[in-house]
Design a protein around this ligand. Sequence first.
Ligand code: IPE
Ligand code: IPE
Ligand code: MG
Length: 243
Amino acid sequence: MKKLLDKIDYNNLPNHVAIIMDGNGRWAEKRGKLRTFGHERGIYSVKDTINGCKELGIPYMTLFVFSSENWSRPKKEIDSLMHLFHTNLKIHLEEIHEKNLKIITIGEIGRLSNLIQKELFFFMKKTKNNTSGTLILALSYSAREEILRATKNIAKKVYQGLLSLEDIDNSFFNNHLYTKDLPYVDLIIRTSGEQRLSNFLLWQSAYAELYFTNILWPDFRKKDFFEAIINYQNRKRRFGNVK
Ligand code: IPE
Ligand code: IPE
Ligand code: MG
């Protein structure tokens, strides 16, 4: 681990890392277990990755916990996932608070149960003044929905005559997204070997570096996170320029 840490350039850390935590079901199926077992084990990976992020001092990390499309999964899997969120929220969010991290959520939080919503709001309030970093949980999240929602809000203001078309630029549009107070994404990590974004942070990741690993999420550990960061630091980011 020390060797890996030695390779990290603390002056070139990503400001915002977003992770598509994929492969829980396959991890469990490989062991002849129910998919739920994989989701349960994935919690260890979440904890370890959050610790890694905090150790490096990366200010923003977004975790893709549940997509809007995931609602179409069998009811049994959704029920067990929601049960898992609920039973783990209290313990883990308390730990996150002790680490002085701020918690926020993005997505259609209103689709979650009242109990889960209440718990989330409680922790968002409790952690709102924490200063060691921000952990963003994408729950019932769809980037297209987010973009449509912003578009409708803006169109409404134009229609009501409160706004002219010239006012709508990148930053104005960005201010209508769930992520309005967050920086754009620098690095997206996806586990499990799939190489797609699955409707995650499409606007925010326009210039993100993409890192794919075959590791299934329940096997992903801090050292794998550090490797992704080192890989990111070896990229040349040009943003369309020639430098
Ligand atoms: C990611 O693992 C967790 C969620 C989407 C909630 P999956 O459940 O997608 O696992 P695989 O991709 O089927 O292995
Ligand atoms: C993306 O994984 C969503 C989360 C990790 C929460 P999926 O497993 O839902 O994505 P697809 O279906 O393989 O694209
Ligand atoms: Mg998957």
